[in-house]
Write a protein that binds this ligand. Structure first.
Ligand SMILES: N[C@@H](CCC(=O)N[C@@H](CS)C(=O)NCC(=O)O)C(=O)O
Length: 116
C-alpha cells in the first residue's frame, strides 16, 4: 500500500543508522569530510579526533539528507556534529572539546579504536 511507503523508508533509514552506530565503535556524523569539513563545528570535532590520532568512521550528512533528518530524532540531539562511541552519543563539538580537555575522551577513543 502506498501509504506505508514513507514509514517503511523511515524505518529503513533508522535501521541503517543503528547499523552504522553498531558496526563502527567510533563514528562521527558531520558536515563534510575529515579532509574538508563544511562547518566550523564539524571542523572542531575533526581537530580533536585528529589530535587523538585513532581511526574513526564518519558520515557526511550533507550527502545523506535522510540521515540528517532522522538521526536527531533517534539521538534526541538536534545538531551536528554528533560523536558516537560504542553505541552511545557523546555529544556535539562543545562536549567533544570539553571531554578532550578534561582527559576523558582520548582513553575512550583509544579503547574503542585500535591503532591503525
Ligand atoms: N554547540 C553545538 C553546535 C552545533 C550546531 O549548532 N550545528 C548546527 C549548524 S552546523 C546544526 O547542525 N544544525 C542542524 C542542521 O544543519 O541540520 C555543538 O556543540 O555541536
Amino acid at each position: 500500500m502506498s501509504e506505508q511507503t514513507p514509514n517503511t523508508a523511515a524505518n529503513d533509514i533508522e535501521q541503517l543508522i543503528r547499523n552504522q552506530i553498531k558496526d563502527n565503535k567510533v563514528i562521527l556524523y558531520m558536515k563534510g569530510s575529515p579532509q574538508f569539513p563544511q562547518c566550523g563545528f564539524s571542523a572542531k570535532a575533526i581537530e580533536v579526533l585528529t589530535q587523538i590520532g585513532r581511526p574513526f568512521a564518519f558520515v557526511n550528512i550533507l550527502e545523506n539528507p535522510e540521515i540528517r533528518a532522522t538521526l536527531p530524532q533517534i539521538a534526541n540531539w538536534p545538531t551536528f556534529p554528533q560523536l558516537w562511541i560504542d553505541g552511545e552519543l557523546m555529544g556535539g563539538s562543545d562536549i567533544i572539546l570539553q571531554m578532550y580537555q578534561s582527559g576523558e575522551l582520548k582513553p575512550l577513543v583509544e579503547a574503542n579504536s585500535p591503532a591503525a
